[in-house]
Design a protein around this ligand. Structure first.
Ligand code: ADP
Ligand code: ASP
Ligand code: MG
Length: 406
């Protein structure tokens, strides 16, 4: 009988220290039987990646991206070696492999590289030798053998990409919560575990702030239809299945509430209200390498209008410089900015066929005296930009008014 390959991924908090690594090793061995082969992707111990980033920013405000990847990839190399040792200590053969050894080739976009292909020869060889293969997540190498990383949360992507390449029977993501919840269970105590969620909904939730899964990993899972089981590394309980379609979804309008503080807002005042002006502004900003998200243009009463837009907080300085340049060129007024904003969003495929969802969202925020600064919608989500100090209150209120809680 041919063996089934199972891909498992253990996140940073699951392997935060030596004790937890030993527990994960036990867990891995408890799922291993003679009819399956295990490939285990592992993230860096606890907060290692944040700590490495902090070291770099202690040296430079703009550390070279190639060197950043060289640095950040070391976290996963530590955890995969320790986990392989722990498994061997418990009596089973194992081998740790880093991104290069495992054959993950990427493009050259350091810190957010894309996987081009995976040559799984070495994995297959080790599996044939009855070894459990432990893979350092979040990394690959370019054609020139430069180390790259796959963006924060990128171990999820390593796991999904390996599950696809190895035609794995299951892709299990082990984390520190019991699955995907209606909202971040650490912030909203009444959040409920979701049994099944679609790729589209999970992608939307991840993009809008639910960091439990990396958004890019869900894009890949959706493209190749790789079902994912998200579950806890501390419990045997079934978690959440992320799948293509959920037949029961029709009745549920809103699946979850998410939030994030990753954006900042720029306003260009007194912009001449003429055709072609918006094109000039956003052309300049895009040339600065900044992607703009929500854009709001006020009604003009005097041939002058204000234009506000959001950009990633990390790109704010670049975006301000570009905005000031273009404001001068088009003879607009002042450029102002704020980082004190947050985005709260509701997500659900059922929204398409339910009326009154937006009205309920706006009413809920109004009843809580939370002012809406900007609004953005997609087919399966509605987001409001509000003052960041109200974020947690807004999330809890929305979670309650859409009856998502326990
Ligand atoms: P890992 O280290 O396992 O990759 P992450 O920190 O990346 O773990 O993701 C798990 C965390 O995601 C949880 O601890 C939880 O606080 C957070 N989270 C945010 N939104 C959600 C959600 N909707 N469902 C579950 N967890 C969520
Ligand atoms: N260690 C990396 C990060 O913290 C990758 C991951 O955890 O998935 O972003
Ligand atoms: Mg993660």
């Amino acid at each position: 009988m041919s063996k089934n390959i199972i891909v498992q991924k253990y996140g940073g908090s699951s392997v935060a220290n030596v004790e937890r690594i030993k527990i994960v090793a036990q867990r891995i061995l408890s799922t291993k039987n003679k009819n399956n082969q295990l490939v285990v992707v592992v993230s860096a111990l606890g907060d290692t990646t944040d700590e490495l980033e902090e070291l770099a920013f202690g040296i430079s405000k703009t550390p070279p991206e190639r060197e950043m990847d060289m640095l950040m990839s070391t976290g996963e190399q530590i955890s995969c070696a320790l986990l392989a040792m722990a498994i061997k200590e418990q009596g089973h053969d194992a081998i740790s492999l880093n991104g290069k050894q495992v054959g993950i080739k990427t493009d050259k976009s350091h810190t957010k590289a894309r996987i081009k292909n995976i040559n799984a020869r070495r994995i297959h060889k080790a599996l044939k030798e009855n070894k459990i293969v432990i893979v350092a997540g979040y990394q690959g190498v370019t054609e020139e053998d430069d180390i790259t990383t796959l963006g924060r949360g990128g171990s999820d992507l390593t796991a999904v990409a390996l599950a696809y390449t190895l035609k794995a029977k299951v892709c299990e993501i082990y984390t520190d919560v019991k699955g995907i919840y209606t909202s971040d269970p650490r912030r909203v105590k009444t959040a409920k575990k979701i049994k099944t969620i679609t790729f589209n909904e999970m992608l939307e939730m991840a993009s809008l702030g639910a960091q439990v899964m990396q958004a890019r990993s869900i894009e890949v899972a959706r493209r190749f239809n790789i079902p994912i089981h998200v579950r806890s590394s501390f419990s045997k309980e079934e978690g959440t299945m992320i799948v293509k379609e959920n037949p029961k979804l029709e009745d549920i309008a809103v699946r979850g509430v998410t939030s994030n503080k990753s954006e900042a807002k720029i306003t260009i005042a007194s912009v001449p209200d003429q055709s072609g002006i918006a094109a000039k502004i956003f052309d300049e900003i895009s040339k600065a390498g900044v992607s703009v998200d929500i854009i709001v243009q006020n009604v003009s009463h005097s041939k002058l209008t204000d234009i506000s837009f959001t950009v990633p907080k990390s790109d704010l300085s670049k975006a301000i410089i570009a905005s000031k340049n273009v404001a001068k060129k088009i003879k607009a007024g002042d450029v102002t900015s704020t980082k004190n904003i947050a985005r709260v969003s509701i997500v659900g495929s059922g929204m398409r066929s339910h009326q009154g969802i937006a009205a309920t969202m706006f009413k809920t925020l109004a009843n809580n005296k939370i002012n809406i600064d900007m609004i953005s919608t997609s087919e399966i989500s509605i987001s409001c930009i509000i003052a960041d100090k109200h974020m947690d209150k807004a999330v809890k209120a929305l979670h309650k008014s859409f009856k998502l809680g326990r």
